[in-house]
Design a protein around this ligand. Structure first.
Ligand code: DAH
Length: 365
């Protein structure tokens, strides 16, 4: 059966007029589906005589091509149109002005801890952490702090009313608990750094019940006080961006170090202002020493084989000196104007220049 030109023309105009994808699909099935007009006509070709089959075949193929192409074009057109419609209806104006919402800033304590960590990470120190809620073994006993030490008394330490495994529970009074937690699990040689919050029952102009500390621990062959001094000098010069800083080691006592020292940094004081790096006065800045053999032994490290140093520093103290913050309590008052002034933009906070590695060379000798 042949298909008249008129039928073809009618189909072509129906296709062009189709406005729905469904309608187009119906026409496609009518023409080219399993029982479609064209499909059947092509199937019937086999019953025709040779000559007629050839001419009919050519004719039908031309029709088929024309109809398929028109169908395909209309299909694409309708799909495009649908896409356009969706784009129009789902359009989001990303250029809309945002409401002027205030941006958060990084608290100077965070910034300072980041700077400390970044410096020591660059020197191969690994970060370690300890819990805020601690027991007296990690906070005191294993650090060689005897039962009668005044730091244990209620005056300084926040104790919880209950016990855990018959140990007193408390808020850690320093980050030195990290020493015990880390050394009990890790094997020397090691370089560790920790920063974090600590708690003491104290409140006046220079003390707040919570503050932050950093702690460094190094156990490497032949580590000595000289390495400790070199390490501190390099860090403090870098942190305060000073070409040179003088340090004064004053003999002191910490139960967890022997010998122990308190370290002063050179400065001058003018009109109540402290200028670091000048050399006519001193400012106490940290505690340090060689790790006490009892502490090593308490952590399962043989003190006859290993030695190392440790030091601890107040984060607020070095932040105040570096960023010119005069009142310790202002760190905790959550005054947005203060935070806006002293805080750091998240992107600008990357004031974390690379640590000059050469300053630390020779530590391992
Ligand atoms: N934990 C001491 C404190 O809170 C600071 C300190 C002193 C830490 C000597 C140390 C150290 O690691 O060796 O006052």
């Amino acid at each position: 059966m042949s298909i008249s030109n008129q039928t073809v023309q009618e189909y072509l105009s129906t296709i062009q007029a189709a406005s729905q994808l469904d309608d187009l699909e119906k026409i496609r099935i009518e023409l080219l589906g399993k029982n479609g007009i064209l499909t059947n006509a092509l199937k019937n070709l086999k019953d025709l005589a040779n000559d007629e089959r050839k001419s009919q075949g050519e004719h039908l193929n031309i029709i088929k091509n024309e109809l398929s192409t028109t169908l395909q074009r209309r299909l694409e057109w309708l799909k495009n149109e649908e896409l356009e419609r969706n784009l129009q209806s789902q359009w989001v104006d990303t250029t809309l002005n945002h409401r002027n919402q205030p941006h958060g800033k990084l608290h100077p304590i965070h910034q300072t801890m980041d700077e400390v960590l970044s410096y020591f990470h660059n020197l191969g120190f690994e970060s370690v952490e300890g819990p805020h809620i601690e027991d007296d073994y990690y906070n005191f006993t294993a650090l060689n702090i005897p039962e009668i030490h005044p730091a244990r008394q209620l005056m300084d330490t926040f104790y919880f009313p209950e016990k855990r495994d018959s140990r007193d529970i408390l808020l850690r009074t320093h980050t030195s608990n990290v020493q015990i937690r880390a050394l009990s699990q890790m094997k020397p040689p090691l370089r560790l750094v920790a920063t974090g919050r600590v708690f003491r029952s104290d409140y006046d102009v220079t003390h707040t019940p919570t503050f932050h500390q950093m702690e460094c621990i190094v156990i490497e062959p032949n580590t000595s006080m000289a390495h400790l001094k070199g390490c501190l000098k390099a860090f403090l010069q870098h942190f305060f961006s000073l070409d040179d800083v003088a340090l004064r080691f004053r003999p002191s006592f910490f139960p967890f170090t022997e010998p122990s020292a308190e370290v002063d940094i050179s400065c001058s004081r003018k009109d109540g202002k402290i200028i670091l790096g000048q050399k006519d006065d001193w400012l106490e800045i940290l505690g340090c020493g060689m790790i006490h053999p009892n502490v090593l032994a308490n952590c399962g490290i043989d003190p006859s084989m290993h030695q190392g140093f440790a030091f601890g520093m107040g984060i607020e103290r070095i932040a105040m000196l570096k960023y010119g913050i005069s009142d310790l309590r202002s760190f905790y008052e959550s005054d947005l104007r203060w935070l806006h002034h002293y805080g750091f933009q998240l992107l600008e906070a990357a004031n974390l220049e690379p640590t000059p590695k050469s300053l630390f060379e020779g530590m391992q000798s």
